[in-house]
Design a protein around this ligand. Structure first.
Ligand code: ZN
Length: 352
């Protein structure tokens, strides 16, 4: 981009920017447009930029250019909660997820993986959920395997999460749900050299510390964090040749089954704020808080969804009675369903 063009974009301000990316601000809102939370701007963008892939900034403060989408259905994966429009990522992440899904199926994880949020079409902060997932290098994978019978679009919206914790106890894995295959799945994710960290609940990390007999050094990549008991989170290194991507400090050597894990089993991380603690004033991240290049990312021309969908064409297996296939569910009015629109019981695939 030329200096003049970059300067122009810098001076447009978010009102003009909002118009450019296809949503309007009414006159009364214009005065405060610069204070618009960045999550509201990024959350409304429907398509990625039509440009080379580039992660900009940090996992929890950035955006991305040139994202691609993982297809909603693959031979060994399904993307979940399609209405969120968060199946966009750096091509390296989408490639990794496809590879991981095949490896997961091979190690006995159902017929593959269910993929949760990756990133928004241009990354950035999100209106709901996640602090990170902003540069296309984070992805969530469910602790529920992909069932043999594909889930319909509606089932992907509605399927409840399954926690791996025994909620009747403090930070304890549910022994009837957690299996050695769960452990192998997490460690498979950690095994790829391009994976930087894998986030799981502290109870899951503890379980792995107690039971994992494979490469203990790999265990160091698996990091304990709040939540992450119904899904785990894969974070990739900045891909080579992406100087605008800000790397995270590397994990310390060792298996991580140490004081840093023990801390999670003290009261400190779970303590409620004391009444005399000053309330923290919520501070919304605005465009000005993000790397300057993110303003240009928002203004850049869009790619089409088709051109930006990664991977080879895939024809989903024909659904059985009662399960609408993905494309017909999107393209067909409900009255045109093959059964004539008469509601039929929705068969639920057996899930472990
Ligand atoms: Zn996540």
């Amino acid at each position: 981009m030329t200096g003049t063009k970059a300067g122009f974009i810098r001076h447009m301000g978010s009102v003009a920017l909002a118009a450019l990316i296809g949503f309007g601000l009414v006159a009364g809102e214009a005065a405060s447009a610069d204070d618009t939370p960045a999550k509201q701007i990024f959350g409304k963008v429907q398509l990625p930029t039509n440009s080379a892939p580039n992660p900009i900034g940090f996992y929890a403060k950035g955006c991305m250019a040139g994202a691609v989408a993982i297809p909603t259905d693959g031979p060994t994966w399904q993307a979940m909660r399609l209405s969120r429009n968060r199946r966009w990522g750096n091509p390296a992440m989408i490639q990794l997820l496809e590879t991981f899904s095949q490896d997961a199926a091979k190690l006995g994880w159902g017929s593959g993986i269910l993929i949760g949020d990756i990133s928004q079409p241009r990354g950035g902060p999100m209106i709901t959920g996640h602090a990170s997932h902003q540069i296309g290098l984070d992805a969530d994978v469910w602790f529920t395997p992909k069932p043999a019978q594909p889930l319909s679009v509606q089932a992907r919206e509605d399927l409840p999460f399954t926690s791996m914790l025994d909620k009747s106890k403090f930070l304890t894995v549910n022994a009837t749900r957690w299996t050695p295959t769960h452990a192998r799945l997490v460690m498979q994710a950690a095994s790829y050299p391009q994976v930087e960290r894998v986030f799981v609940n502290p109870a899951i990390k503890k379980k792995l510390c107690e039971t994992w007999t494979g490469d203990r050094a790999l265990l160091g990549k698996v990091r304990p964090v709040y939540g992450h008991d119904e899904h785990f989170h894969i974070r990739m290194h900045c891909p080579p040749g992406t100087p605008s991507c800000k790397a995270q400090a590397p994990v310390t050597a060792g298996d991580g089954c140490d004081k840093s894990l023990a801390w999670w089993f003290t009261k400190e991380p779970w303590a409620k704020p004391k009444p005399d603690d000053k309330p923290v004033k919520p501070k919304f991240v605005t465009l000005a808080d993000l790397p300057k290049a993110c303003t240009a990312v928002l203004a850049a021309p869009a790619a089409s969804e088709q051109s930006a969908t990664f991977g080879t064409a895939y024809v989903a297996p024909q659904p059985q009675a009662g399960e609408a296939a993905v494309e017909p569910a999107i393209n067909t009015a409900s009255g045109d369903l093959p059964d004539g629109g008469i509601p039929v019981p929705r068969s639920r695939p057996a899930l472990q």
